[in-house]
Design a protein around this ligand. Structure first.
Ligand SMILES: [Zn+2]
Length: 281
């Protein structure tokens, strides 16, 4: 779920350069963090959705994924859920970084397309766009397959509250915290550290979450991505996601927030299934 951001275009060049260097230094985290439990969050969402597919959607997905050139065995949604993060460092895909998140102005969680999603480059517009491609039976398989890989990933991202947050601190990426004696940032804590505290491998964790009740509106509609993002954004305040100050995390912070992370994964899994079932019926 990790995200990187471009510098604010309003700043003059030198300031932007210095800010970029400082930001890179401040947000540097060990390489092992990059796709560790962030990846497991996505796999859990994929697995939860897989279990809720209609027979029609399951067959359509199997057919699309079976045509992958190097597929050794049938792929499941969990297997393709991390692709969108894996390709981000690839030059040809650099432009896709803003598709993983949306920024709201400080103090509001009400989305305005022109203000919050310039050129359609945000997670809300991306989900809408890829859902249209996937539902188009006349689109080439390669395009629909790519749309499916994006959707499985982005429906996870939009349920991580710090992917629907504020530009000022790059969705918590520059909010420095210390956890277990290591420097980290709030975004990384929500991508991976909280989930890691559950101490379960992702398959086992998905199995336990599969029987949890889904709390929230699940149905897929054209307005759903906006509703999901606004809801995630509101959690930032209602669930007190920001500690009072940067630095050492308050005692019990991780354990206190694990139920919310799990609830968001359950919701994301159910909503991804609803989207795929409606799109591939
Ligand atoms: Zn992502």
């Amino acid at each position: 779920m990790s995200r990187t951001r471009r510098a604010c275009p309003r700043l003059p060049g030198l300031v932007v350069l210095v800010a970029a260097i400082l930001t890179a230094a401040l947000t540097a985290v060990p390489a092992s963090r990059a796709h560790a439990f962030g990846a497991d969050g996505h796999r859990i969402v994929g697995e939860l959705a897989q279990r809720q597919l209609t027979p029609e959607a399951r067959v359509a997905i199997e057919r699309l994924l079976a045509t992958l050139p190097d597929a050794q065995e049938p792929l499941a949604l969990a297997d393709i859920s991390t692709w969108a993060d894996e390709i981000r460092d690839n030059e040809a895909y650099r432009w896709t970084a803003p598709l993983h998140y949306v920024n709201f102005p400080l103090g509001t969680c009400t989305w305005q397309a022109e203000r919050d999603c310039p050129d359609g480059r945000c997670v809300i517009a991306a989900i809408e766009r890829f859902a249209r491609v996937l539902s188009d039976r006349d689109a080439p398989d390669a395009q629909r397959r790519k749309a499916l890989k994006w959707l499985v990933h982005l429906v996870g991202d939009i349920h991580q509250p710090l992917h629907t947050a504020y530009a000022e601190d790059k969705g918590g990426n520059t909010f420095r915290v210390f956890y277990r004696g290591s420097a980290s940032n709030l975004h990384a804590v929500w991508d991976s550290a909280i989930l890691a505290a559950a101490k379960r491998n992702w398959r086992e964790h998905a199995r336990t979450l599969a029987v949890r009740p889904v709390e929230g509106e699940v149905q897929w509609t054209a307005q759903a991505p906006v509703r999901w993002a606004e809801e995630s954004c509101r959690l930032i305040h209602s669930a007190e996601i920001y500690p009072p100050r940067p630095g050492r995390l308050p005692r019990n912070y991780i354990n206190r927030h694990l139920p919310l992370v799990e609830q968001q994964l359950v919701l994301a899994g159910a909503r991804l299934a609803a989207l795929l079932n409606a799109t591939l019926q």
